[in-house]
Design a protein around this ligand. Structure first.
Ligand SMILES: [Zn+2]
Ligand SMILES: [Zn+2]
Length: 437
């Protein structure tokens, strides 16, 4: 039977690569994954999966960093123009994208796999050496690009689904596949957790292509040093005035923001562990002879633990408020994203290790565990929720050569990783369901 799973995936491989390329060409950033979700929903529906969408899987008020209505509506129209089923797109109205697919209607699933499906709001390279451009599957959507490999994640999820369907007799319980929107900017997991998507889940696995695993045959079974993070926009509102005639009548939002930016970066390091803060963008003012009345900053904090990040966030808010006081301008803070820290459970790491041991694709000398992550993925929200109810979770990285780093317009990966990644997850699910039977 071991051969059979491998053979099934070998046979499916050209299709898996095709799905990846189709998803790549229809890149959609967070909360606008209308085409992507509809494509997956149709394929999973045909495979007999039980689908949940919209407000059933997302707690509306917990969604962070949702684009403006006009942006959502334009993206929804574009998806329909590109052939998405209008009925499915309607179910996602207002940016309720993403999908939960259960192998069977009952019992409640205890095993869940998560695949993030969003692209980045950036331009893809059109250079001839960039394979998606050369082989005609580059993003058709201006300013939207799959530069993190989530197109691959979606394709792997679909492949896992089709194989699990064929092996369903061997799976006594139920399995849930979570297709998460808006991972970039860490916005999509928390609303899914709050809608109960991982309630009752005892075993949870998520994977990322590449990142810290950059060779074919490499596998990181579990990571350490997740960073908890908060993403927020600070807006200062002052009063404009003539810079020559009546500067004293103005309230200078630019100076408040500049003062805040320097002092945010002056928050001291913490003895309890790593912290970060970045003012990544500062926009202010209109013209050289106008006292600037508005400034917006895009800021993030991170911490080695949720507590460390919370402390950075609280200090940042004090700096921002008091800079507003110094310049007598209004201050408003808007939370745009955020996630907790996480840890990988040894039990789930072992499940993946055993699954990989049966696959010659993974090279034993390149299978590792406990690798430093030093970044954030809001998979941590799912993992913490599963662990809080007594379950176990891990976040793995599956090795692949990259043409350029993550979040680069020339990002591309070696597609030979796709079928083996799906095989690894199928094997893990079979092992978990056998253990639970
Ligand atoms: Zn990314
Ligand atoms: Zn990513």
């Amino acid at each position: 039977m071991a051969e059979t799973i491998h053979d099934m995936l070998r046979e499916l491989e050209p299709e898996i690569i095709g799905w990846r390329r189709t998803l790549h060409a229809h890149a959609e950033s967070g909360w606008t994954e209308f085409w992507t979700t509809a494509f997956l929903a149709e394929a999973l529906g045909r495979a007999g999966f039980h689908l949940k969408m919209g407000a059933e899987i997302l707690d509306g008020p917990s969604r962070m960093g949702v684009p403006e209505d006009a942006v959502l509506e334009a993206a929804a129209r574009r998806a329909v123009d590109q052939g998405a089923d209008p009925k499915l797109v309607e179910r996602m109205r207002g940016g309720f994208t993403g999908l939960v697919a259960d192998l069977r209607p009952e019992p409640a699933p205890t095993i869940a796999l998560r695949f993030d499906i969003d692209a980045l709001p950036m331009e893809e390279s059109g250079a001839a050496e960039h394979r998606p451009a050369r082989e005609d599957f580059a993003s058709r959507n201006a300013g939207q690009c799959h530069a993190c490999g989530h197109d691959g994640h979606g394709a792997i999820g679909l492949a896992v689904a089709l194989i699990l369907r064929r092996l369903a007799e061997r799976i006594p319980g139920n399995v849930r596949l979570i297709f998460q929107p808006a991972e970039e900017g860490v916005r999509g997991a928390l609303p899914m957790v709050r809608a109960g998507v991982v309630d009752g889940i005892r075993a949870f696995i998520a994977c990322h292509l590449g990142f810290r695993a950059l060779h074919t045959g490499e596998l990181i079974l579990g990571l350490r040093d997740f960073l908890a993070t908060s993403k927020f926009d600070a807006t200062y509102t002052g009063v404009p005035s003539h810079a020559g005639a009546f500067p004293e009548q103005g309230r200078n939002a630019l100076l408040a923001a500049a003062t805040a930016a320097l002092n945010l970066h002056a928050i001291p390091r913490h003895s309890a562990g790593a912290t970060r803060i970045t003012v990544g963008r500062l926009e202010a003012g209109e013209g050289r002879n106008i006292i600037p009345a508005r400034a917006v900053m895009r800021i993030e904090t991170r911490g080695a633990t949720t507590e460390l990040n919370d402390s950075m966030y609280a200090r940042a808010q004090r700096v921002l408020e008091h800079a507003a006081g110094m310049y007598d301008v209004g201050f408003e803070n808007r939370v745009m994203g955020g996630c907790s820290g996480a840890r990988c459970d040894p039990a789930m790491v072992e499940v993946l290790r055993r699954a990989a041991a049966d696959m010659p694709f993974f090279r034993p000398e390149l299978i590792r565990d406990g690798v430093h992550f030093g970044a954030s993925d809001d998979v941590s929200e799912f993992m913490s929720a599963v662990q809080a109810q007594g379950g176990a979770a891990t976040y793995a990285m599956i090795g692949t050569e990259l043409a350029a780093g993550h979040h680069n317009g020339r990002f591309d990966f070696n597609e030979a990783v796709l079928a083996p990644a799906a095989e690894l997850l199928v094997r893990a699910v079979l092992a978990l369901s056998a253990a639970r039977a």
